[in-house]
Write a protein that binds this ligand. Structure first.
Ligand code: URA
Length: 433
């Protein structure tokens, strides 16, 4: 078998056999197929896609390219809630303790932030002393003790995805539905959970800009889940504006804690409640989402999820006292209130620009090597559909260093569009599949 023949076959839109896909991926991982041939193959997939059977083999090869994590010794129903990534997405910080309160364990690998999007690992690391498990045994121990098993991706889990993703990043082949679906699902399948909930983001701040593309991606991931006999639910959610109001690590931790105290922003609270209700449905504890949401809200009001979060923070080496005293978290030295220079209604908030506005202050990384400033970021005072008057507060910027303050302000202002006519508020949940 030769790589060039496989590339040619894909280029001409013929279906590849499992042997051909296995050969190409094995040889690539071994270093026998060079990057230039793999790039060409990825571009052929970008244009011609993959059939169901091809995608199953492709995903299976990726999944088995490294270690698999199984949770022997954990006596809980396990859920992996995965978000395709967005701005202000602190969902896991609020959701995992809610699941733990219902005796649903979280079993998941999380990422660090890159570019305009943040990562759960960085957010939790705002808490001084907080460290994540590094081995399977530590992870199992954490789930057993706290109900929350979270750790960062390692080079040992799906190494082929890491290699392919770096190549896709520089060959303009990231936005391909089969490549994104297999990349995400191979990592979900490598870490065993009884249920997988995919939060597929749609809009200006997400990979998928339109509901149609997001639906295609969701369906492709559901098909992959199905072919591995795994229970997967996809929830399509809005990312046409940042999620909630806080963007930046510490600020997002605070917003997630406030949500567990029942004081979170309305749309973020609704998203968390819905995802938790989906989890209860997947586990078989409730019949309808409405019933689930009610149970979740009652649970939040009971205060148990907040206690679960405290237990998790303590076990991870942090001070659980932060949930009642935010001054124990990194605090920015300065804040600046940015006011509106127009009167009207907020019609647009480009999530990507807001993410960049926080990133240039140090909240995120432009390159993998950048060091994060956990204290800095933005809190949005106005969201889409809100009325605003000239001179009224648009958002507050929290910063330590004024080096990039002007570009942060510029990005923030450019992100907002204010129109004369009234604008309807957006639903955060767009579809559930
Ligand atoms: N997230 C992933 O893990 N992989 C992709 O290809 C895109 C988003």
């Amino acid at each position: 078998m030769r790589a060039v023949d496989i590339i040619q076959k894909k280029r001409d839109n013929f279906e590849l056999t499992s042997e051909e896909i296995s050969f190409l991926l094995d040889e690539y991982l071994e270093g026998n197929v060079p990057d230039y041939q793999m790039s060409s193959f990825l571009m052929a997939v970008y244009f011609n896609g993959m059939k169901k059977k091809e995608l199953k083999t492709f995903t299976e090869k990726m999944m088995h390219s490294g270690d698999l994590i199984k949770f022997e010794g954990v006596n809980k129903f396990l859920i992996d809630k995965h978000s395709t990534g967005g701005v202000g997405d602190k969902t896991t910080i609020a959701l995992a303790p809610i699941f733990a309160s219902f005796d649903i364990g979280t079993a998941k690998l999380s990422g660090r932030g890159l570019g305009h999007t943040g990562g759960t690992i960085d957010k939790f690391e705002s808490i001084k002393g907080f460290t994540f498990p590094e081995t399977r045994d530590e992870l199992v121990n954490m789930v057993n003790k706290t109900g929350i098993g979270l750790m960062g991706y390692s080079d040992k889990i799906v190494p082929l995805d890491k290699k392919l993703y770096s190549l896709r990043d520089v060959t303009a082949t990231v936005p391909s539905i089969p490549l994104i679906a297999s990349s995400i699902m191979s990592k979900k399948l490598a870490v065993y959970a009884d249920g997988i909930i995919l939060d597929v983001k749609v809009g200006s701040g997400a990979f998928m800009k339109t509901l149609k593309d997001a639906t295609d991606l969701a369906n492709t991931m559901l098909d992959i889940g199905d072919s591995f006999d795994r229970k997967v639910v996809a929830v399509l959610t809005d990312m046409d504006q940042p999620l909630g109001r806080a963007v930046g690590n510490t600020l997002e931790v605070i917003e997630a804690i406030e949500t567990l105290k029942g004081n979170g922003p309305e749309e973020f609270t609704y998203l968390v409640e819905t995802l938790a209700a989906v989890g209860l449905q997947v586990k078989g504890d409730v019949k309808t989402l409405e019933e689930g949401r009610e149970k979740v809200w009652d649970m939040i009001k009971s205060g148990k999820p907040l206690e679960m979060l405290k237990g998790f923070i303590k076990e991870a080496g942090g001070n659980p006292g932060i949930v009642n005293d935010y001054s124990l978290l990194p605090t920015a030295k300065n804040k600046l209130e940015v006011k509106s220079d127009k009167t009207g209604h907020v019609s647009k908030i480009e999530a990507e620009m807001i993410g960049k506005s926080a990133m240039v202050l140090g909240a995120g990384r432009a390159t993998k090597e950048d060091i994060i400033d956990h204290a800095v970021g933005l809190v949005l005072n106005k969201k889409i559909g809100d009325e605003i008057k000239e001179g009224e507060l648009l958002a507050t910027i929290y910063y330590n260093d004024d080096k990039n303050l002007n570009s942060s302000i510029k990005l923030l202002k450019e992100a907002y569009e204010i129109s004369e006519k009234e604008i309807e508020k957006k639903d955060v949940i767009l579809d559930i599949k």
